[in-house]
Design a protein around this ligand. Structure first.
Ligand code: BEZ
Length: 239
């Protein structure tokens, strides 16, 4: 397993395909047993540097506004920072009572925010990256599937607010790949053509070039097919 080494500690970095590390935690919505409590659902587990900071505040307002949209895609949101429960509660109250961002105001953050003063969870997930900050988590985004497997990870530095369209797009693209056994090309969004798995043998490669019903093959290794937006969304989103 790869390591990030600092003078004080060696932190294992969870990787794509690994089981999500287990933990029990106190959150703003009560105690959680992770990932067990989320079996059968996708989870976006994300960290932020600190409560009462502006970029984080803009992200929380945005995520809270989008929570229902993520829930419709069978996905729960779980946040974390290296702060205590009372700081979390005070910050979320302030967000609801005072802060407006991008026209969004009176926003109630209903998803759990983990208190992690001990940094136990942040360290398990490689969210503390000492050359960026020794005391604050970076902006990590872990996509964990219904079987508790880490499927994608995005890390951002402290100063860079996340792109929530991309986070949602990545979630839907992975669900589409799972459901239809396809891959999704650059900048894919529902309604765009999908990539058919590359030919794994000379016979299939030959067939790809001769029997192309329903496929658009530019070469034996590059075949796409149409996939209706409604077909994708009906298969993925809860009614
Ligand atoms: C922020 O969320 O505004 C922030 C947090 C840590 C460092 C820089 C910005």
């Amino acid at each position: 397993m790869e390591m990030i080494q600092s003078q004080e500690q060696i932190t294992p970095m969870p990787r794509i395909g690994d089981e999500a590390p287990c933990f029990k935690a106190v959150t703003t919505q009560g105690n959680i047993d992770f990932p067990e409590d989320y079996a059968g659902k996708w989870v976006i587990l994300f960290s932020h540097p600190a409560d009462f900071t502006p970029v984080c505040t803009s992200e929380f307002i945005t995520f809270a506004h989008l929570e229902e949209k993520f829930n419709k895609a069978n996905c729960e949101l779980v946040g974390l920072s290296i702060d205590g429960l009372y700081s979390h509660i005070a910050w979320l109250r302030t967000i609801r009572e005072k802060i407006e961002f991008n026209g969004l105001k009176n926003i109630d953050v209903k998803f759990p925010l983990i208190e992690d003063i001990s940094m136990e969870v942040a360290k398990k997930y490689g969210m503390v990256q000492p050359n960026e900050s020794k005391t604050q988590a970076v902006r990590a985004v872990f996509f964990i599937d219904p079987n508790g497997i880490i499927r994608a990870i995005i890390y951002y530095p402290l100063s860079l607010g996340r792109n929530f369209d991309e986070i949602y797009r990545a979630l839907i693209a992975m669900q589409t790949a799972d459901k239809f056994n396809v891959a999704t090309p650059a900048d894919w969004n529902p309604g765009d053509d999908v990539i058919v798995s590359p030919a794994g043998s000379c016979g299939v490669a030959e067939e790809r070039m001769t029997n192309t019903a329903g496929l658009d093959c530019k070469d034996w290794f590059f075949c796409t097919k149409k996939m209706d937006k409604a077909e994708v969304l009906n298969a993925i989103l809860k009614k």
